[in-house]
Design a protein around this ligand. Structure first.
Ligand code: SAM
Ligand code: SF4
Length: 333
């Protein structure tokens, strides 16, 4: 809570209770819509927030009313010491919901330790159920590893397990129904994500997103879709369940359908900047003041300023000529 006891809100009275933290810009995959295949300039080790710094900022955020934290990257599981870090995160008073977004490659070997660290929710990115296609999209032959991890997570009782599919026309849009069918058989939460044109990826310029309305029409043939009510931590997904299905499906439509009006999040980048909106370049430096001896109160004021700097809505971007700048692997998606 803010010092006057009110939770963190922005200039448009949106309550901000969700912080997404990118803990690294490194990744063990090279997804065509995210990173250039030839590699990317890496942040210097010293330019990445240390775990201690992230934990301090997270405590300050929790005091301001942040209740949900999602740890992302880059690939968070490639960073050394991530399990101990997550355990400390889970212990921060006020954080009621701790989640991880991962590409799943290193997940299988870490599942039990993640559970022991106190993690309940997992988002696993998976854009194809076909091993060869998985390799084409991510640059690595790791489908089976990821799929086994998904199943292992279910056996260990992680819940919910979200599967994020970035839908790419001409690449994997013919698998939209296969993913929806997963929700008919298993308790997975499928999320169809509209591709966002980011300046960072080379191939991204040739990709065209598939609007959620089109995906929804396609899956509607599989059964009656019942809306699932949103919870306060939901964020932007428009959620549905097929009648009687154990899982659900959801649509994340940053391009075709702004969800800015209900946006409840701030982002902390791997390099220590607070980013009020994924799709706007405004960022506030927090690492500078932090390393120059700022007090908790001063850092807390930077969070409040970031909240007040949150734009009402992001500008539209539809193709490479209006691609968003920024780098997903450093901001964290
Ligand atoms: N490496 C982890 C992973 O892939 O799950 C976490 C970081 S990744 C940047 C977070 C999410 O952003 C993933 O679900 C990924 O599919 C999504 N993403 C990355 N680039 C995207 C783009 N251009 N459009 C839409 N989603 C994107
Ligand atoms: Fe890595 Fe995730 Fe980006 Fe794919 S989407 S390149 S897994 S950070």
């Amino acid at each position: 809570m803010k010092e006057n006891g009110t939770p963190l809100t922005d200039a448009y009275k949106r309550r901000l209770n969700y912080l997404r933290i990118s803990i690294t810009d490194r990744c063990n995959l090279r997804c065509i819509y995210c990173m250039p295949a030839g590699g990317v300039p890496k942040l210097r080790h010293g330019d990445i927030l240390t775990y201690e710094e992230i934990l301090r900022l997270s405590r300050i955020a929790a005091d301001l009313g942040i209740e949900k934290i999602r740890v992302t990257g880059g690939e968070p599981l490639v960073r050394k010491g991530v399990l101990d870090f997550l355990r400390s995160m889970a212990g921060i008073p006020g954080i009621r919901d701790l989640a991880l977004t991962t590409n799943g490659v290193l997940l299988g070997e870490n599942l039990e330790k993640l559970k022991a660290a106190g993690l309940k929710r997992l988002n696993i990115s998976l854009d194809s159920l076909r091993p060869e296609r998985f390799r084409e999209i991510t640059g690595h032959d790791a489908f089976h590893q990821v799929w086994e991890a998904v199943q292992g997570a279910r056996r260990l009782g992680f819940s919910p397990i979200r599967i994020n599919m970035v839908v790419i026309r001409g690449r994997n849009d013919d698998e939209i129904l296969d993913f929806a069918e997963l929700s008919l058989k298993h308790p997975y939460h499928i999320r169809y994500i509209e591709y966002m044109p980011f300046g960072g990826s080379e191939e991204g310029h040739a990709i065209h997103h598939v609007p959620s309305s089109e995906i929804k029409k396609m899956v509607a043939g599989l059964g009656r879709l019942q809306p699932v009510s949103r919870d306060p931590f939901d964020g932007p997904a428009d959620r549905y369940r097929f009648e009687g299905a154990p899982g659900e499906i959801g649509f994340i439509s940053p391009i075709s359908h702004h969800f800015c009006a209900v946006c409840n999040r701030l982002r902390l980048t791997a390099s220590g900047r607070l980013r009020p909106c994924l799709l706007s370049d405004r960022e506030l430096d927090v690492v500078g003041p932090l390393r120059n001896g700022a007090s908790d109160r001063e850092l807390s004021e930077i969070f409040i300023k970031a909240a007040m700097n949150k734009p009402y809505a992001h500008s539209p971007a539809r193709d490479s000529s209006t691609a968003f700048s920024g780098q997903m692997w450093s901001i964290g998606g």
